[in-house]
Design a protein around this ligand. Sequence first.
Ligand code: PMP
Ligand code: GLN
Length: 380
Amino acid sequence: LASKLPAVGTTIFSVMSELAAKHNAVNLGQGFPDFEPPAQLRDALARAVADGRNQYPPGIGVGALREQIAHKTAAMYGRNTNPDTEVTVTSGATEAIFAAIAATVSAGDEVIVLDPAYDCYVPAIELQNATAIRVPLRQPDFAVDWQRVAEAISPRTRMLIVNSPHNPTGAVLDAVDLDRLAELLRDTPIIVLSDEVYEHIVFDGHAHQSVARHDELAARSFVISSFGKTYHCTGWKIGYCVAPPPLTAELRKVHQYLTFATFAPAQWALAEMLASEPQHHLQLADFYQAKRDRFRALLADTPLILRDVPGGYFQLVDYSPIRDVDDATFSQWLVREVGVAGVPLSPFFETSPDIRLLRLCFAKSDATLVAGAERLAELK
Ligand code: PMP
Ligand code: GLN
């Protein structure tokens, strides 16, 4: 069979989770919490099932949840959106990303993707017979080099993808970045896809700079997020997209034939949770900052060099004092011999860079972080 995606194998997240299980390792690889969603949310899900919320919900999402998303967008980012024409619930952010790309990117178009990038963007672009134009982030801080972005824009550029807080690096965009982006796109028809799934996990008192805050950008953007990160329920796969009516209308054309609708009971449960605990997400940054700081303190005695973590729930570590091998080799050795699974950075780059960085997830219970750090302390 001639593959449509010949370069694509199994994602590094599945590979590392399987290896972690096989070697009985502490799994700090794939990004998911090893603790439970709030009891109130779990109860609400059970109640939704018991109350008969078990048939197809509206394809665009349960109205009560879309209203809560619109409230949240107004409260957090000062943007008023119409839940009927601008908010769509999807099966995870992954589906929203795919639907947004499939709905707007055509064969021969170019999409600018920063490098490194989360892994689901480029295959979605290539399935449209479009081309991903990768623009390297600056080293070592992974900031966007807007001059290089400007140079990558061509008459074929249809979309530009940003992701803040950024996976895998943890870098965040600031207000000046958004102004530069708006300036570059002014007078072009380029659409923005802004992946903001870690929107509530920004540290050290900084505010997340949502594209939704920025009038000029919001008018041309798909703003995509997910409840998985915010409510510790990555397995529920409930995401959403906020976009102006013309973009939403196109996204929904794909969404209705991709999945039609999304798991109903979880939508009702999340709508109830957001209505009764509208402050929940405001505690998330402190919650994860405490985990970040605990994990960094636990790693302080290891030879690993810790990179700064402005946002998200991943710690990048530079292992060059320990081994001078590529990151795929190092991560395999670490899971097998030391019993800790992390994620190598090279799969997120267009071409394997000569870097010595591993991504460790700290969305874990204290016991897991301590167990991982104890094993890493054996490194010499
Ligand atoms: N974008 C980024 C940057 C992510 O890290 C993830 C998942 N960790 C997703 C999108 C996908 O989110 P979901 O699980 O809701 O599909
Ligand atoms: N986004 C998660 C991560 O970065 C994994 C999601 C997945 O396995 N697709 O680890």
